[in-house]
Design a protein around this ligand. Structure first.
Ligand code: NAI
Length: 763
């Protein structure tokens, strides 16, 4: 049975975020609290919990006194109230009286075991009760831990797992009913160890974060930056509530005490970004913003100093091994934190999870580690790791002992095997509908490749074009491989998917090359790239086979334009598409203006003739609009109404492939559009609007130059309504105006500034 309606009880940080995300999935949701909550906070929160403001319409707020009966219609009731067993149980007793017999009740508790939550409740209620542990913020954190018992109704469990995976896009991990489940059990241990050891070894917070961050494949917030982000009071709070249920002798209990310096911070309101500041703070006293950090020994703040550690430098070439074997304090620190944390994780399987994959996935999706604990041990070398533990007098957990010979993961004949607690190896199997290029790449070679892109065979006659340049920026090599792929595919394949597993689909055209060419006066080179991009994107559009773009993360500038030329797009829900060229003093010139004009005149027919689509494109492109989700991208027509959206990142490639296969039979390339554009009258109207913005101080004079250049293209140049323009005409206009503006020193200043700082220059 499907899930058609959900209720969330408790409209705090988590409950509101979970309700928003259920609305993101298109499912109506009741959001109840003690008193009826308002949705204002949800609409204003940053990062946005809603993928589209209109999703708020699916959320019905209410209160548990007046609206309890409405729960009768709900297939799933999620409890996200205060972390207090007695209060939660009191609520469950009420829910037991109103819940439909097959409705599932789940708790978002972060620390209370399921057997305690359901103690004393009727059997049929208990059989439909489980823990679904979301991470904060629920829209963005991919982990969902699910905890059930042998007595749990298996259909109910399957139904919730399926919904969370497919509809909410979560990486569902089955955890055992133990304190803190998987990610927080190890995560709290890791954070507490990292804090205690930094104090013991006399590291600064910058030094500790520099060691923990990039070298260990952990976000650069490290451990102190992370604590500031989530709230310094959260860990002690979680620790406190877990303490009574941890088994005696558990190593986490030894880490439970809060160092005095941190207790003082919490007591005085220095709880991180939500409080007066944290381990880091921005001091605005002198009128300027100065980044400061706390001295872990004295509790005093001073100006933040970047870390300079030889061990961190050594890790750039020598990896994790070089880091932990370096004699400086960074190396010692890395070893102390990793050795204890990884050993702790190894000692917890099969207690907290049935297998090591669940633990690795939980840490990757819940704490954003690039590698999970067992993958990290493999990287260090299991034998070397165990040997050093033994040499330092630490006990070796049985699972680690079993991995000594062949590691936790083994790759053999294209298959990956993982170590089971009994010492045998099991092939790693992805769920149906999950297809990962990373898996495929382990055992196949590309059909075509160069330094920036590769073409892979993903089965069933579908090829996959992958970018792998820096930030997946588009350069002549990628263009070359696209062209080769278009020639290659019809021989053995029937469709193409454009997809990669980088954090971003593409950051756009390679601006470094542009600056390089400009500085040498190589305008012919720039001209060639513009023409090549236009020609190759056109060839892609009219290729004799279907092409499906499958982006995730940012798809900007040229990365957006390639999607605009695909027959269809299957986008990950977290895709941020935009034409941002004006931000760097340019205009879209790989067919972006042309395709947007076509979309706005064919998908959104409005009264007013040819002018409204032109104005709409101008409005979108002139301010470098980037859609904040795939859902929002449809508002701007960066995506067509018919394009698909996949909630689960791991399902994107398989969905895109399936989408492409539906288009194969009787495929016909699109009909070339004919444009009717208003010409000078529209251009003048847009110029006047821009001049108003400049007069009001909302745009700089150079913004106006760029906007006017864009207006010249979008209005169709020197045409009038009785003329028609072809795609070739529009591409010629894009090219002509791009080549003019790119020579302007103010444009080059914008491009250089973006390359140096990552931020736009408003000159
Ligand atoms: P919160 O304090 O922000 O919100 C709790 C909400 O529950 C409040 O709006 C309160 O009015 C409401 N409430 C309390 N008793 C109620 C009752 N009897 N009936 C209806 N509403 C009631 O708490 P938060 O952080 O959202 O946590 C909720 C649950 O999620 C807790 O179990 C917590 O352990 C868990 N959790 C929290 C995470 C976090 O990062 N904050 C992460 C994962 C889980």
């Amino acid at each position: 049975m499907d899930i058609h309606k959900v209720a969330v009880i408790g409209a705090g940080v988590m409950g509101a975020g979970i309700a928003a995300h259920i609305a993101n999935a298109g499912i109506p949701v009741l959001l109840l609290d003690i008193t009826t909550p308002t949705l204002d906070k949800l609409l204003k929160a940053d990062p946005a919990p809603l993928m589209h403001p209109k999703n708020a319409r699916l959320i019905t707020p209410g209160n548990i006194d007046d609206h309890l009966a409405a729960l009768r219609d709900c297939d799933w009731i999620i409890e996200a109230i205060v972390e207090n067993l007695a209060i939660k149980q009191e609520l469950y007793r009420k829910l037991a009286t109103v819940r439909r017999a097959d409705a599932v009740v789940s708790s978002n508790t972060s620390s209370i075991p399921l057997h305690e939550l359901i103690a004393g409740l009727p059997d049929d209620f208990a059989a439909h009760c489980m823990i679904t542990h979301f991470f904060n913020p629920p829209r963005y954190m991919r982990l969902l831990e699910i905890v059930s018992r042998a007595q749990t109704d298996q259909d109910a469990l399957a139904k919730i797992s399926y919904f969370c995976d497919h509809k909410l896009g979560k990486g569902v991990v089955t955890a055992n009913d133990t304190p803190g489940f998987i990610a927080n059990r190890i995560g709290i241990f890791w954070i507490q160890t990292a804090i205690h050891e930094a104090i013991a070894l006399g590291l600064t917070v910058e030094e500790a974060d520099a060691v923990i961050g990039k070298p260990m494949g952990i976000p650069k917030t490290g451990v102190f930056g992370l604590s500031d982000l989530v709230g310094i009071d959260l860990m002690p709070h979680l620790m406190h509530s877990m303490k009574h249920s941890l088994p005696a002798g558990d190593a986490l209990l030894e880490k439970a005490n809060i160092p005095p310096v941190i207790q003082t911070m919490i007591d005085t309101g220095y709880t991180g970004r939500k409080g007066k500041g944290g381990f880091y703070r921005l001091n605005r006293d002198g009128g300027e913003k100065v980044k400061e950090s706390i001295n872990l020994q004295t509790g005093e703040y001073s100006v933040s100093q970047a870390a300079k550690l030889d061990s961190v430098k050594a890790s750039r070439d020598g990896g994790l091994q070089a880091l932990v074997s370096h004699p400086d304090k960074g190396g010692q620190y890395a070893w102390r934190v990793l050795s204890q944390t990884l050993r702790y994780a190894a000692a917890l399987v099969p207690d907290i999870a049935d297998d090591i994959c669940a633990v690795d996935t939980a840490m990757k999706l819940g704490y954003n580690w690039r590698l999970g604990p067992f993958e990290l041990i493999d990287q260090l070398g299991v034998a070397a790791f165990a040997q050093r533990l033994a040499a330092e007098g630490m006990e070796i957990p049985p699972l680690l002992e079993k991995a000594r010979e062949q590691g936790f993961y083994r790759h053999e004949a294209g298959e990956t095997f993982y170590l089971q607690p009994d010492g045998t190896y099991t092939p790693l199997q992805r769920p149906a509908g999950v297809l990962l290029l990373a898996d495929l790449k382990r055992h196949t070679t590309p059909l075509l490749e160069n330094d920036a892109a590769s073409l892979w065979d993903i089965g069933d006659g579908v090829a996959c074009l992958e970018f792998h340049s820096k930030m997946n920026s588009l350069d002549p090599q990628i263009l070359e491989l696209i062209e080769e792929s278009i020639a290659f595919i019809p021989n053995n394949h029937q469709a193409l998917v454009i997809y990669n597993e980088g954090s971003n689909f593409s950051a756009g055209a390679n601006l470094g090359l542009l600056v390089f060419a400009a500085q040498l006066g190589g305008w012919d080179e720039v001209d060639n790239i513009v023409r090549a991009g236009q020609r190759i994107y056109q060839t892609l559009k009219y290729a004799p086979f279907p092409v499906v773009g499958a982006p995730s993360g940012m798809a900007l500038g040229g990365g957006c334009e390639i999607l605009l030329h695909c027959d269809a797009v299957q986008a990950h829900a977290e895709t941020y598409i935009g034409l941002i060229e004006t931000g760097v003093g340019l205009i879209p010139s790989w067919g972006g203006c042309k395709e947007m004009l076509h979309r706005w005149s064919s998908f959104r027919k409005r009264p007013g003739g040819f002018l409204p689509p032109v104005l709409k494109c101008f409005e979108i492109i002139s301010v470098a609009t980037v859609a904040k989700s795939a859902q929002e991208a449809k508002d701007y027509l960066f995506l067509r109404p018919t394009d698909g959206i996949t909630m689960n990142r791991d399902r994107l490639l398989a969905d895109a492939k399936a989408h492409a296969l539906t288009m194969v039979a009787n495929y016909q390339p699109p009909e070339p559009p004919v444009f009717h554009l208003p010409g000078a009258t529209a251009r003048v109207a847009m110029e006047m609007a821009v001049n108003d913005f400049v007069a009001q101080g909302k745009a700089t004079p150079y913004d106006a130059v760029i906007a006017n250049t864009l207006a010249a293209v979008l209005s169709g140049g020197d045409t009038d309504i009785t003329d028609t323009l072809s795609e070739t005409d529009l591409l010629a206009l894009e090219h002509q105006h791009f080549m003019q503006i790119v020579r302007n020193p103010a444009t080059l200043a914008r491009v250089s500034h973006m390359l140096e700082t990552g931020k736009p220059l408003r000159n």
